[in-house]
Design a protein around this ligand. Structure first.
Ligand SMILES: Cc1ncc(COP(=O)(O)O)c(C=O)c1O
Length: 397
């Protein structure tokens, strides 16, 4: 029996898996000590749980426990990476990033620009290209300067699901001696991510995108040489090696580790299931509704795109009006994280879409709890709503 409303906005956030909730529960009511309390067993037990979670999360991303700094989410991790690095007296004041990054990178970069940093924004291939949304490695190589402090390139995009060639970017940055940060928030838990193999120095990710709790994330900070030194954003009890003061969110951290463990167990099978459902949704929408196009790289190029992501443009329809007319289907127009911002999506604009096409676009994010029946419901709902809105606007089809 189909339960309404149907949730298809899994890039914005995900439902916490009941197995994650179960793992977290004892840490609210029984093992509730402060992991920083070193003088009694309540604290030791919490510390043991945090240590186990840290080791598990590190292992899942090709890191060691000491390379994980727990934060409140990827926004904080991104800020800590960019601002924490910039606040250290270093050799350069030049940053390189991409025009399609999340606001949690673009806004800290803007803040640094106001402080005298120079920021280079890399372009991405246009919608007409077979690798729409991907950066040009030559443009990246050309942008590097002796005073480049950091390159920050996201692994998977939250709107169009495009995957950047991070291993190549890592190799390029390493060969130029430039530090590399990646916002891997939409990638970790979905595709295999190995920080060491990718040669990244800093990497952000977040529990609530992988069926874990909100309000907990991590920043991977590579150890070894050359040392990546960060200035903390906040001072206090000196937790996380002084890089992130504040009492650790023990239940959240335990849930984070459990969530990532479950994603790894489900692995490629779950991604295949999502891709099959996503492709069926895309095919039905394009076949049954006139003038629909897919935004971002081709769905037939899985190496360039997240399996559960679909961004579509419904020509001559206002995406906002479309969403509002589908009360029983939760999708997103543009990035949900910035949905208070009425500006057309900067990601779709970067692909060369017009303001009208950008406004006519919807993002579907399929996830673990979506079913085939829900996909059928989404197809019918979108078809009805687009037809109705186009008829109201005097547009055929
Ligand atoms: C790519 C990307 N980076 C950062 C964030 C912010 O993450 P958080 O909500 O954990 O702060 C998001 C959230 O949508 C995201 O998609």
């Amino acid at each position: 029996m189909l339960q309404k409303p149907v949730y298809m906005d899994n890039h914005a956030t995900t439902r916490v898996d009941p197995r994650v909730v179960e793992a977290m529960l004892p840490f609210f009511t029984e093992t509730y000590g402060n992991a920083g309390s070193i003088s009694h067993c309540f604290g030791w037990e919490a510390q043991d749980a945090v240590d186990a979670a840290r080791t598990s999360i590190a292992g899942a991303i090709g890191a060691t426990a000491k390379e994980i700094v727990f934060t409140s989410g990827a926004t904080e991790s991104n800020n800590l990476a960019l601002r924490g690095l910039a606040d250290r007296p270093r050799r350069g004041k030049h940053l390189v990033t991409v025009c399609t990054e999340h606001k949690a990178i673009l806004d800290p970069a803007k803040r640094l620009a106001r402080r005298g940093f120079e920021v280079t924004y890399l372009h991405v291939a246009p919608q007409t290209a077979a690798n729409a949304g991907v950066i040009d490695l030559q443009e990246l190589a050309d942008s590097l300067r002796p005073d480049t402090l950091l390159v920050s390139v996201m692994l998977a995009n939250n709107e169009i699901g495009v995957l950047q060639p991070l291993a190549e970017i890592g190799a390029l940055c390493r060969s130029h001696g430039v530090l590399l940060h990646t916002d891997a928030t939409q990638a970790v838990g979905k595709i295999p991510v190995d920080a060491a193999a990718l040669q990244v120095d800093l990497m952000s990710f977040s529990a609530h995108k992988m069926y874990g709790p909100k309000g907990v994330g991590a920043l991977y900070v590579r150890r070894g040489s050359p040392r990546v030194r960060l200035e903390p954003l906040q001072d206090g009890g000196g937790q996380e090696g002084g890089r992130r003061s504040g009492t650790l969110n023990t239940p959240g951290i335990v849930g984070f580790a459990k969530a990532l463990e479950l994603c790894r167990e489900e692995g490629a099978d779950e991604q295949r299931r999502l891709q099959t459902m996503r492709d069926r949704l895309a095919t039905a929408l394009s076949d049954q509704i006139p003038n629909v196009c897919v935004n971002g790289p081709p769905l037939a190029s899985p190496e360039l795109r997240l399996a559960g992501n679909l961004s579509c443009c419904f020509e001559n329809v206002d995406g906002e009006a479309l969403m509002m007319s589908m009360r029983n289907l939760a999708v997103s127009s543009g990035s949900a994280c910035t949905s208070t911002n009425p500006e057309p999506s900067h990601v779709l604009r970067a692909l060369g879409l017009s303001d009208e096409q950008t406004r006519a676009s919807l993002r579907f994010g399929l996830g673990r709890f979506n079913t085939e029946e829900e996909v059928d419901f989404a197809i019918e709902t979108v078809k009805d709503a687009v037809t109705r809105l186009r008829a109201m606007g005097g547009v055929d089809g």
